[in-house]
Design a binder for this molecule. Structure first.
Ligand SMILES: [Zn+2]
Length: 142
């Protein structure tokens, strides 16, 4: 299973945006850590089981393997740091970062209506998940 946190494992365009996002957050006074970039389908299926067949956790995602934008290297997750430690519960802090993300052209999961995903940012540039699943290539994004 692969669950990368390396920026280098993202689509080149998103690498650029991710680095810009980190920098803009820093300028806004918020340090962040990238917690997930590329995941393979197997790892996504493992996440999907959480809160479902794996009862030790609550549900963390609605995406199965192949249904997550992370599977296509076009999404990353972040967490704000406070005193160098991940701060997962401060929604206002996530919202400040989300505003930065949207300002530089990222789609932010905190804006979603049905399943708010505060740590999640993605960049599709008009490409749909269906197109990605049918093999549309990433180099089309630039
Ligand atoms: Zn995500």
């Amino acid at each position: 299973m692969i669950n990368s946190r390396k920026i280098e494992d993202l689509n080149p365009k998103l690498q650029e945006l991710c680095r810009q996002f980190i920098e803009e957050c820093r300028l806004a006074g918020i340090e962040i850590a990238i917690t997930s970039t590329y995941r393979d389908n197997e790892y996504q299926d493992y996440l999907y089981a959480k809160g479902r067949t794996d009862k030790t956790s609550k549900i963390v995602t609605n995406a199965r393997g192949g249904d997550s934008i992370h599977n296509y290297r076009l999404a990353f997750d972040f967490v704000p740091l406070q005193d160098g430690k991940p701060e997962w519960s401060d929604i206002d802090l996530f919202k400040q970062c989300g505003a930065v993300a949207m300002l530089i052209g990222l789609e932010w999961g905190g804006e979603w209506v049905h399943f708010k995903d505060y740590p999640h940012c993605q960049y599709l540039n008009g490409i749909t998940l269906t197109e990605l699943k049918s093999g549309k290539i990433l180099s089309a994004i630039d």
